[in-house]
Ligand binder design. Sequence first.
Ligand code: MN3
Length: 195
Amino acid sequence: MEFKLPNLPYEYGALEPYYDKETVELHHSKHHAAYVAGLNNAVAKLKEARDSGDFALVKHWERELAFHGAGHVLHSVFWENMKAGSDDNKAEGKILEAIKKSFGSYDAFVKQFSAATASVEGSGWGVLAKNSDGDLQIFTVENHQKAFIPGYQILLVCDVWEHAYYLKYQNRRPEWIENFIKIINWEEVERRYSQ
Ligand code: MN3
């Protein structure tokens, strides 16, 4: 079974001016595509190891599997949790109630999510996730696969690898996050929350 690069649910320029067309195209067609290729390669190499019985490099390929696999999953969620934005974009309905219950208010959520995501050391992600009781937590994931509690279901992710924002925002990561908040697809986040 081959993993495939998913199509975006919108045109490359659909998230302008908050997220520029050039970055979205490069990010999807080159960066995300590379994670899909890396994932398929790791899966193939692990099959080769099983077939030959030679597991000398199993540690390496298991790490590659986790890195590229997590990269593929996070990017797939990322594309879906954005939409054409507006300056007053905000959570509504059920997901807003869940946010209020877990964080006190929508503004408190935005402040914690933005500060936490901005604080990721090096490359990583800001992640909103829920546990089986429906309680929400914010995680700062390093690379694609570090610093996360197993069992939490991912609802919303913000990519803060430099490749995600450097063309438009250069080193201004907080400005990228501020603009990301305006293109969050809260209907999609609520759909994941209700699953
Ligand atoms: Mn990325």
